[in-house]
Design a protein around this ligand. Structure first.
Ligand code: S3P
Length: 436
């Protein structure tokens, strides 16, 4: 796909699609709850469909319908022990969230399952769930013994216990907490910094006996004994999807966009804090709560005076998926941006440190890799390049934004743009709509 520099600013108002993390969890927790869970605003992207298909293969009926309020999903939950042994392997596609969270649930079942995924997911580390779940009494192993998919999960004997994880990860934390629902005693998990807390908020709303961690004390515990009860969920817009339009509006002259109903949970709002620190013109309006999640409307305007920032430490888990985009915006800002403590980026859907730095340099920016992040020198004119996002949706969307800020008449070419379907199938429609 060829993307030309923006002639005019991005203008208008949109509602970005539903939050990916919350959408995955609504299917998983709705399936093991008793009774029906009605979900509105569900993100129908490839990753969330992978989760939906896994639970359908385990006998959960999920109706997809529409009424005067829009599309909905109706999940007919069957309780903690209502899942049935799937006839085939559970294919998680490209989705790390599916593979890791489902491992926690499957550890508590009385049947054997095999988890597989696509080429990218099959390269990603799974030891981070195999080890803690095994130490809690689960029977989980990697088929090839290499700590990667396929994973074989069988009936174990979950006792509960305390786990300390080395890297802040909502996926690992959630897998541990979900296994805790099936354990004999209490399960606790300590993270080095608080990662996204959607699991804690949502499990509590479903009725679990859970004590969430805080920013000051990221220690979370869950006790067995209470069943989950189906509920109604309104999924807020995904801040990680909204981020691309925020970034584009900040760097394209003449822009003013309004992004409606975006989730701004404090464990996800690092992007807002960083863009604000860079001097970005962002207004947050209409703050409210939807299904326990804080949401707002965001108005973002072109800011010619953006400046570089230093990012590291506890803010990293709150913006982990937005770092490639931050790097793009940093390239259009004045001064240097340094990103530290983000080694996790190397084991996402691609090695995001390498692809971001290589893409920026190909477009004429000056960026350098670090072991745990990158350094970007802002203010260099960006020009045409061919970007291969390595099938990584977030790299494709970040460089689509970079293309708009190019000073070259020759457009930027993004290879394999369809990979955006992992999290945002209508990304290019919305991207074009704001430029019309
Ligand atoms: C997610 C957690 C994050 C994030 C991913 C979604 C989740 O991963 O990168 O896109 O829904 O829990 P980690 O928890 O591994 O950092």
């Amino acid at each position: 796909m060829k993307i030309a520099r923006a002639q005019n600013g991005l203008k208008g108002e949109i509602r970005v699609p539903g939050d990916k993390s919350i959408s995955h969890r609504s299917i998983m927790f709705g399936s093991i709850a008793e009774g029906d869970t009605l979900v509105r605003g569900f993100l129908k992207s490839a990753d969330c469909i992978s989760t939906m298909e896994c639970f359908r293969k385990m006998g959960i009926e999920i109706e997809e319908g529409a009424d005067e309020e829009g599309e909905y999903l109706l999940i007919h939950g069957k309780g903690f022990h209502g899942l049935s042994k799937p006839e085939e392997t559970l294919y998680c596609g490209n989705s790390g969230t599916t593979a890791r969270l489902i491992s926690g649930i499957l550890s508590g079942q009385d049947f054997e399952t095999v988890l597989t995924g696509d080429e990218s997911l099959s390269r990603r580390p799974m030891k981070r769930v195999i080890e803690p779940l095994s130490s809690l009494g689960a029977s989980i192993r990697s088929e090839k013994g290499d700590g990667r998919l396929p994973l074989i999960i069988d009936k174990g004997s979950l006792k509960g216990g305390s786990i300390e994880i080395k890297v802040a990860s909502a996926q690992v934390k959630s897998a541990i907490l979900l296994s805790g629902l099936y354990a004999e005693g209490e399960t606790t998990v300590r993270e080095p910094a608080l990662s996204r807390n959607h699991t804690e908020l949502m499990l509590t709303a479903f009725g679990a006996d859970l004590t969430p961690g805080t920013k000051e004390d990221p220690l979370c515990s869950v006790r067995p004994g209470r069943t989950l009860k189906g509920l109604n969920i309104n999924v807020p817009g995904d801040i990680s999807s909204a981020a691309y339009f925020m970034g584009a509006a900040l760097i394209v002259p003449g822009s003013e966009v309004c992004l409606r109903n975006v989730g701004i949970n404090p464990t996800r709002d690092g992007i807002l804090r960083v863009f604000t620190e860079m001097g970005g013109n962002i207004e947050i309006e209409n703050e409210r709560y939807e299904s326990g999640e804080k949401t707002a409307d965001l108005i973002v305007r072109y800011t010619p005076t953006l400046k570089g920032v230093n990012i590291g430490g506890d803010i990293i888990p709150t913006l982990i998926d937005e770092i490639p985009l931050i790097a793009v915006v940093a390239a259009a800002a004045e001064g240097e941006t340094v990103i530290n403590d983000a080694a996790e980026l190397k084991v996402k859907e691609s090695d995001r440190i390498s692809l971001t730095v290589e893409g920026l340099n190909a477009m004429g920016a000056k960026a350098e890799k670090k072991e745990d992040g990158m350094v970007i020198e802002g203010g260099k004119a960006l020009h045409h390049a061919v970007i291969d996002p390595g099938k990584d949706h977030r790299i494709a969307m970040s460089f689509s934004v970079a293309a708009l800020a190019s000073k070259d008449v020759k457009p930027v070419e993004i290879r394999d743009p369809a990979c955006v379907g992992i999290s945002y199938p209508d990304f290019y429609r919305d991207f074009d709509r704001l430029q019309a």
